[in-house]
Design a protein around this ligand. Sequence first.
Ligand code: NAD
Length: 435
Amino acid sequence: MRVSVAGTGYVGLVTGVCLAEIGHRVTCVDIDEQKIAKLTQGISPIYEPGLEELMKKNHEAGRLDFTTDSAQAYGESDVIFIAVGTPENEDGSANLTYVNAAAGQMAKQLKKDVVVAVKSTVPVGTNEHVLNVINQHKPMSVKVEVVSNPEFLREGSAIHDTFHGDRIVVGSETQSAGDLLEELYKPLGIPVVRTDIRSAEMIKYAANAFLATKISFINEIANICEKLGADIEDVAEGIGKDARIGPQFLKAGIGYGGSCFPKDTKALVQLAGNVQHQFDLLDSVISVNNRQPLKLIESAKKHLGSLSGKKVALLGLAFKPNTDDVREAASLVLAKELVKQGADVSGYDPIAAEEARKVLGDSITYCDSVSEAIEGADAAFIVTEWDAITSYPMDLYREKMKRPLLFDGRNIYSLRDIPDWMTYISVGRKEIVRG
Ligand code: NAD
């Protein structure tokens, strides 16, 4: 099929590349000229394992191209995906400016009947609105149907997730529009959940809200474990083996971040509020998560006193490993608070330093290695569990730091492996304090 994808971010680019890989003829469209210039040179503007290779392969095979020109992009398509950003407004609701703009731009270019699939995460009712926008601008002769097709890929394993997803959700008002999407995805062999548009839109928010709830739940249990002398890692294993609960998303730490959970939980609270429903449970999930990264600072103050003039290493700046994305990352909260308290912060991330610099500027020092970041440091915070950080030789903390004081926000070590010279404070477990 001929496919166009509006938006070449984490979702749009991966979707376009993977659809080309299964044989479709794909045009990826973006309004960002720099991104499109990079893409046409075979360079991925985002870091996603395996993406660039697959992108080049399909571009060379003539199945994938990139453009900023909507006239060229949309006219002949059988299916057009909308995968533009839906960032949060100041009040937490979803900002639909980019979705509306993309819908208006494509509508004017349509030359034949088309199904528009909305992949961006959008509040319930948005797909109907998108159809109205398109109908206002499209040529009379063309018939357009809108299908909700929310995305569940995870940054860092996005290619794998696209080829091996648990399910594909297709919400449509007519059988034929949904069937076309099913046909498009058929080579992937992934089960398809068919539903109406509003339910499909809700599935995405409900999934993210549930996963965020699991994380805040285990973090609250961890916070109580700390006070009661229990061990969260054992507790998580003990409850996770119950098939009704499952082991996933039970890793205690300094909270969730990224471009989805924080904004989607807030948007769902807003959405509920719009229909006079106070979503108390999700409000609590959000406030637990807002508090969680600051635990490391409170612990550091307990051990070091004032942080003013202290050198603190932040190990990991991305919101999770294997991505360059720093949106809503715990590292940003920690860096800003440490700087505010007068600490001298040195950050290390194997990939995301440039993205972090766009937010933090020169308020912290960016280092090229763990060793450089911890050199002479009073404390090190483990923020992101990159391999380069989890496999860093422990002896070097003693060799390089002023004193080996580690605050582990991701519980990367077993307490049994902590050497007898290291002070090690983690989440939901006994503090190990030396000398
Ligand atoms: P992103 O910010 O990485 O990319 C969005 C892209 O859209 C940008 O390149 C931007 O320039 C482009 N764009 C904006 N307006 C445009 C227009 N009119 N025409 C063409 N391109 C336009 O966003 P993302 O992380 O890929 O997220 C996209 C959507 O998917 C969001 O709604 C998000 O909530 C959802 N989502 C994201 C993830 C994820 O892991 N990032 C996972 C599932 C769902």
